[in-house]
Design a protein around this ligand. Structure first.
Ligand code: UGA
Length: 437
C-alpha cells in the first residue's frame, strides 16, 4: 500500500521504517528540513537498536523516502498517518497545536479520498476535532475518514515491539477505513481490536497510566520492604507469578521517566478533571514516583553525610537503557540535585552523553569516556540506568579505583550478597543494604 507519515520523530520514523519493511511504500515527512536532508543522506537522528539498518534496507529498496512536503505525501498515499509531538503545557493540558496544524495542512491539499490516521498520543475526543478541522479547511470538498491508531512501542526495543505487537488498536467509524487499516496491518499477523475513535484514544492513556501505576505500586512496596527487611525482588516474583498480575513492569527503581509516562499520566489527570470525573489515583502514582527519587537521595545523604565536595560517579543518564533519550530522565534529575548540593559529579552513559551535554541543569557535570574511568577517585558510585554494559564491568577494578567503595544502585543491577563479599558497601532499592565482609 502507499502510505505517508507526517512527523519523523521516534514514533513516525520507526513506524515508517517497519511499514516499509513489510512491503508498503512509505513517505516520511518532517517540517525540519535539516532532519529530512540528513535522513535522505542516510543519517538517522536517533539511536534505536536496529533502526538504521531497517531504514537503509528500505531506502535502497525504494520503499522508503523522506520529504518536507505534506502535499507530496498526501498526493502519493492512500493513508496519511499523523505522528507529531503532543507535548505537555505548563498547566498540564496537552498541546495539540502540532496536530491541528497538520490537520489544516492535509485539508489544504486534499483532492481525493484519504484515510487520516492519528498515531500521536492524544486526549479522548481529539479525533472529532481533527475531523471538524479537516472539514473546515477542505477547499476541494474531498471525502476523508479519520482513524485513531495508537502506538504502543517502547524506546530501546521499538522495532521488535512494532513488528510483533501484542495488539493493534483501530478506532474508526467507517467500514471502508477499517478494511484499509486491516490491510496495512495484515503482514504483522497481530490481534486487531476495532473500536470507536474515542475508545481507541482512551486505550492509549489508560494503558500507559496502568503501566506507570504498576511501577509506582512496586516502588511503594519497595519502601515497605526497606522498612521491614523484606526483599522487593522476591515480593515482585511472588506476586508476578500470579498470571492475573504478571511479573512485567514490577521492577522497583528510582522511578519512571521518559517522554511518555510523566507526560501521559499528567495529561490523563487533566482530561479526567475536564470531563468532571477526577482520576485521583493517578495523582498518587505521580507522588510515589517523585518520592522514590527523594528516598534514594535521602539514603545517599544519610550515608555520605554532606555531599559538598564529594566525588560521585554516576552510571547512566538516559531514562532507560538502549536509547540515547534523556527526556524526563530521573538520572538527570538526580545529577542536578547532587550538583546543587555541591557534589563533584562524573558521569558516564553509553549513548546519552551527547544529549546530556546540552542540559543546563547539569552544566557542572564531568563526563568520563568509560564506566571504569568515571569511578576514578570516587567516594560513591550511583547506578541510575541499567545498561547491560554495567553488568559486565569488572567490579574488583572499580573497587580499586574508588576512594571509598560505596555503591547506590537505583536499578537493582547486582546481588547484594555478592557485593558485600566483593568488599562494597551496597545500597539498592527495596533490599537490605550490605556492608563489606
Ligand atoms: C512507554 C510504554 O511502555 C509504551 O508501551 C508506550 O508506547 C510508550 O511509553 C509511549 O507512550 O510512547 P517507553 O517510555 O519507551 O514506553 O519505555 P518503558 O519501557 O515503558 O519505560 C518507561 C520508564 O519506566 C523508564 O524510566 C523505566 O526505567 C521505567 N520502568 C519500567 C521501571 O522503573 N520499572 C519497570 O518495571 C519498567
Amino acid at each position: 500500500m502507499d502510505l505517508s507519515i507526517i512527523g519523523s520523530g521516534y514514533v513516525g520514523l520507526v513506524t515508517g521504517a517497519c511499514f516499509a519493511d513489510v512491503g508498503h511504500n512509505v513517505i516520511c515527512v518532517d517540517n525540519d528540513l535539516r532532519k529530512v536532508e540528513a535522513l535522505q543522506a542516510g543519517k538517522v537522528p536517533i539511536f534505536e537498536p536496529g533502526l538504521e539498518e531497517v531504514i537503509h534496507r528500505n531506502v535502497s529498496a525504494h520503499r522508503l523516502s523522506f520529504t518536507g512536503s505534506v502535499q507530496e505525501a498526501v498526493n502519493n498515499s492512500q493513508i496519511v498517518f499523523i505522528a507529531v509531538p503532543t507535548p505537555q503545557q505548563p498547566n498540564g493540558d496537552v498541546d495539540l497545536s502540532f496536530i491541528e496544524k497538520v490537520a489544516r495542512e492535509i485539508a489544504g491539499v486534499l483532492t481525493d479520498y484519504r484515510v487520516i490516521v492519528d498515531k500521536s498520543t492524544v486526549p479522548v475526543k481529539t479525533g472529532e476535532k481533527v475531523a471538524e478541522s479537516i472539514k473546515r479547511y477542505n477547499r476541494h470538498g474531498a471525502k476523508f475518514d479519520v482513524v485513531s491508531n495508537p502506538e504502543f512501542l517502547r524506546e530501546g526495543c521499538a522495532i521488535a515491539d512494532l513488528m510483533h505487537p501484542d495488539r493493534i488498536v483501530i478506532g474508526a467509524q467507517s467500514e471502508h477505513a477499517i478494511d484499509l487499516m486491516k490491510k496495512v496491518y495484515e503482514p504483522f499477523m497481530a490481534p486487531i481490536l476495532v473500536t470507536d475513535i474515542n475508545s481507541a484514544e482512551l486505550i492509549k492513556h489508560a494503558a500507559n497510566s496502568f503501566l506507570a501505576l504498576k511501577i509506582s505500586y512496586i516502588n511503594a512496596v519497595s519502601a515497605i520492604c526497606e522498612a521491614s527487611g523484606a526483599n522487593v525482588e522476591k515480593v515482585a516474583d511472588g506476586i508476578g507469578m500470579d498470571r492475573r498480575i504478571g511479573r512485567n513492569f514490577l521492577n522497583a527503581g528510582i522511578g519512571y521517566g521518559g517522554s511518555c509516562f510523566p507526560k501521559d499520566i499528567a495529561a490523563f489527570i487533566t482530561i479526567s478533571e475536564q470531563l468532571g470525573v477526577p482520576f485521583n489515583l493517578l495523582k498518587e502514582v505521580q507522588q510515589i514516583n517523585g518520592a522514590q527519587k527523594e528516598r534514594f537521595l535521602k539514603t545517599i545523604r544519610e550515608t555520605l553525610w554532606v555531599l559538598r565536595e564529594k566525588k560521585i560517579a554516576v552510571w547512566g543518564l538516559t531514562f532507560k537503557p538502549d536509547t540515547d533519550d534523556i527526556r524526563s530522565s530521573v538520572a538527570i534529575d538526580l545529577v542536578a540535585d547532587m550538583l546543587r548540593e555541591g557534589a563533584q559529579v562524573t558521569a558516564y552513559d553509553p549513548k546519552g552523553m551527547e544529549k546530556a551535554r546540552e542540559v543546563k541543569a547539569i552544566a557542572g557535570v564531568k563526563f568520563a569516556s568509560s564506566a571504569i574511568e568515571a569511578t576514578e577517585g570516587a567516594e560513591a558510585l550511583i547506578i541510575a540506568t541499567e545498561w547491560t554494559e554495567f553488568a559486565n564491568v569488572d567490579l574488583s577494578v572499580i573497587k580499586e579505583k574508588m576512594t571509598t567503595p560505596i555503591i547506590f544502585d537505583g536499578r537493582n543491577m547486582f546481588n547484594p550478597e555478592t557485593m558485600g563479599q566483593l568488599g562494597f558497601r551496597y545500597h539498592s532499592i527495596g533490599r537490605s543494604s550490605v556492608t563489606p565482609r
